[in-house]
Every structure is written in structure tokens, then in C-alpha cells.
Design a protein around this ligand. Structure first.
Ligand code: HEC
Length: 173
């Protein structure tokens, strides 16, 4: 029994040492790496609409921006910075002409969401995501998260919206 106890203590000590020595994931180079969100927030498709945006050019996308209750309340109250717990979703689709609608209108004028391209999220947690302005960025295409290099592009661009806590989209009344 004595030997067994000693064995357990030894194992616990070694495990503790390994935990101390092993670098935390993403911190190998000594820089605090930004943390990205790797799970799709639950229930986002039922959230309320904040606004929409069409991007032309290569993106050729039609986006719907939705928010959870914390996001919607903050927007309506004009609360800045957004409180912890805020999640903003951007659902992106191809921007495609609708032959069906155009026929009804009698001319080419109608564009609708086509195939989904990606979903992006901004999750506010000022402690966990302190290195990226309090926002955790997330990108999923076909349910798969964006790779680390791609995810590094989010924060530097969103930082340009500093005056509105890194969020570009305005609330559409
Ligand atoms: C080159 C600049 C740029 C980059 C890079 C970028 N965004 Fe954005 N993002 C924008 C702009 C501008 C908008 C508002 C217009 C729109 O929705 O198309 C936006 C909108 C959003 C929104 C809706 C909330 C808001 O701020 O308006 C989310 C969520 C989002 N982006 C997430 C991401 C994620 C995740 C990444 C990285 C994978 C990313 N963005 C990379 C410029 C950028």
C-alpha cells in the first residue's frame, strides 16, 4: 500500500511538472496568440436580424447579420462597448439573380441569396479574447473552422471600427 501511495504521488508530481513545462497551445513562440472560436454558437439561425450587407467584387455575397439577445439589447440601448455574452453572426450567401422574380417584374432587377458560402461570428468575452479587443472571431465554411492564418486577418481589419467596438454593422431600425 505504501508503495502504491508513493507511486501515486510520483505520478501526480510528474504530471504537474509536465503541465508547467509544456507550452500552452498557440504560445510556442512566446507571443500570446489570439484565440479563435472553433464551435458554432448554438441556435444562431433563430436570432434576430440586425442588418444586411451586399459585397460585390470577388466576394459577390449577400449577408444577413443577426444577433443574440445580448447583442440586440445592446444595439437598441446604444450600449458601447458591447457587453460580455454578445454574439453577432454574419450569414453569407452568393448574390444571385432570380429568374423567377425577374419574370414577374418583366425585367432583370431581382437578386436573392444563393448557395451559402460561410458563417462568421464575433463573440464578446473581454477576458478570454483580451488579445483581440475582447472579441473572439469565428469563420465556418461547410461547418469547418477557418485555418489559423486566415483567422489572423479578422482582428486587424475589424480594429478599424474602433469607435464602435470593432463592429461595422449598424442596427437597421
Ligand atoms: C478587410 C476587412 C475585413 C476583414 C479581413 C474581415 N472583416 Fe468582418 N467585416 C468587415 C466589414 C467592412 C463588415 C461590414 C460589412 C459586411 O457585413 O459585409 C464586416 C462584418 C463582419 C461581421 C458582422 C459584424 C460587424 O462587425 O459588422 C462579422 C461577424 C464579421 N465581419 C466577422 C469576421 C471574421 C470572423 C473575419 C475573419 C475570418 C472577418 N470578419 C474579416 C471587414 C472585414
Amino acid at each position: 500500500m505504501k508503495h502504491f501511495t508513493f507511486f501515486l504521488v510520483a505520478v501526480a508530481t510528474i504530471a504537474g511538472l509536465v503541465a508547467l513545462i509544456a507550452p500552452a497551445p498557440g504560445h510556442a513562440d512566446g507571443e500570446p496568440a489570439p484565440i479563435f472560436v472553433t464551435e458554432i454558437p448554438h441556435g444562431y439561425r433563430d436570432w434576430r436580424w440586425i442588418s444586411s450587407a451586399h459585397e460585390a467584387g470577388n466576394l459577390n455575397s449577400l449577408g444577413a447579420v443577426l444577433g443574440n439577445d445580448v447583442a440586440i439589447n445592446a444595439y437598441r440601448e446604444g450600449k458601447l462597448p458591447f457587453p460580455d455574452g454578445t454574439i453577432i453572426a454574419a450569414l453569407h450567401y452568393r448574390y444571385v439573380p432570380s429568374d423567377e422574380n425577374n419574370k414577374v417584374f418583366g425585367q432583370a432587377q431581382s437578386f436573392v441569396p444563393g448557395a451559402p458560402t460561410n458563417i462568421q461570428f464575433m463573440v464578446k468575452d473581454s477576458t478570454k479574447y483580451a488579445a483581440t479587443g475582447g472579441w473572439g472571431f469565428a469563420h465556418f465554411a461547410d461547418g469547418k473552422p477557418g485555418d489559423a492564418a486566415f483567422m489572423k486577418s479578422c482582428f486587424p481589419c475589424h480594429e478599424k471600427a474602433k469607435a464602435t467596438d470593432l463592429v461595422f454593422t449598424r442596427y437597421a431600425p
